[in-house]
Design a protein around this ligand. Sequence first.
Ligand SMILES: Cc1cc2nc3c(=O)[nH]c(=O)nc-3n(C[C@H](O)[C@H](O)[C@H](O)COP(=O)(O)OP(=O)(O)OC[C@H]3O[C@@H](n4cnc5c(N)ncnc54)[C@H](O)[C@@H]3O)c2cc1C
Length: 467
Amino acid sequence: MTPFLQQLTQKLGADCVLTQSADLAPALTEWRGLYQGEAIALVMPRSTADVVSVVQLCAEYNVPITPQSGRTGLVGGGVPQGGIVLSLKSLNAIRSVDAANFTLIAEAGCLLQHVQEAADQAGLLFPLSLASEGSCCIGGNLATNAGGSQVLRYGTMRDLTLGLEVVLADGAVWHGLKGLRKDNMGYDLKSLMIGSEGTLGIITAAVLKLFPKPKTSATACVACATPHDALNLFQLLRDEMGDALSAFEYWPLFGMELVLKHKAAQDPFAQPHPFYALMELTSPDPQALLKERLTAFLDTALEQGLIKDAVIASSERQAAALWALREHLSEAQSLEGASIKHDVAVPVSQVADFIVETTQLCEAALHGIRVCAFGHMGDGNVHFNLSQPPHMQRADFLAEWARFNRIVHDQVMKRQGSIAAEHGIGLLKREELMRYEDPAKMTMMLAIKKAFDPQNLLNPGKIFVKS
Ligand SMILES: Cc1cc2nc3c(=O)[nH]c(=O)nc-3n(C[C@H](O)[C@H](O)[C@H](O)COP(=O)(O)OP(=O)(O)OC[C@H]3O[C@@H](n4cnc5c(N)ncnc54)[C@H](O)[C@@H]3O)c2cc1C
């Protein structure tokens, strides 16, 4: 055992420093098998003080640190490139709930679902909602600035966070757990840390915003002829319902076919349609009559030909079944073979144009390619995913990834969009970031990285091709 590992073991205890390959193996792979990493140990601190000890020792011995929380990331950000893996999963306490301040303090290793449950027990809502919420953790949600299905109403993780506790590269602790709505004491380092993917500091805890719990809700799934009809519907619904509209999701017929085929789901419609949208309205007012208002709105949309059919959930069970159609899309697509994925955003007003034009370009570029462009229409986020042609070999299709990046990302940038909407850069998009990001911004980002992490020990190799 090296002196570094000996000291680490002395400080944390042998059960918190795992070096056997069987223990290390799961921490080295990305869950979809896209990346394989390497590390000398999986280190599992139990407290912020433990994290400080680990980081100080790593600084002394020049050992890189790759933080991990729930390991559900989609861009290879948690895959180690040497050094140690620092798992935050044992820091999993809800430290406090301040219902009167509409906040709670959660440690980085808390499952998102547990935070939602803690808010619920306090009679409040923590609105971040991802299909991975049973596995992903608050630390990872913060480090990736996670989005999900309620961004339209509540914003991303950055908007949902008031304060942070962070261990910096030299082991100093930034005690920033303030639950303030107004705080202009200097630079907004919280926003900088959120979305930094473990490259600027190790997040150990956060003050999260809570909201009044919805007392009424209405959920509907509609069928449309085109993405433009779905976008028009969204705009009319938002105009009419304002903030009561908390989610507006969409997917194409191919996506519906995949979910019906691979997830044994029930088609809520009597016949197939080219495009689907799912919407949810919520209100803290128990008298809000949301179902009645949504029914009247969709009746008019049907009369006007904006939608072809609609199903309004009559129970929570039915609402959950409609949501499952959307939430199973990613998994159903992976069961259909290889996918080339793009998590991108364009202005909401351009989502439909983007989907139609980019679909045409992709279909023209490779015979038999199957486009599944789905996501969060209400915030402009498109998961522009491509399934392999049925008769093509998996490896041959995946070898086309760079060519399709060019097609899809050029279309995104033409619309002043983002090539990394909610999943981050990690290993997957480093080269694309270099290609498309403003050079002045890259220079500022590199300067920030050097200021926060002069030894380049915090998640090296991520975001930047070279830092
Ligand atoms: C089925 C499925 C659905 C998903 N849906 C969505 C979605 O709708 N919206 C969305 O935004 N994402 C989604 N994701 C992606 C993923 O769940 C999110 O990126 C999530 O925020 C990652 O959290 P995690 O705890 O798993 O982080 P990890 O995968 O462990 O880590 C992610 C990144 O954060 C860094 N990191 C982790 N913990 C810390 C820490 N404490 N301090 C500093 N850096 C840290 C890691 O180094 C890595 O770079 C989905 C994933 C799956 C599998």
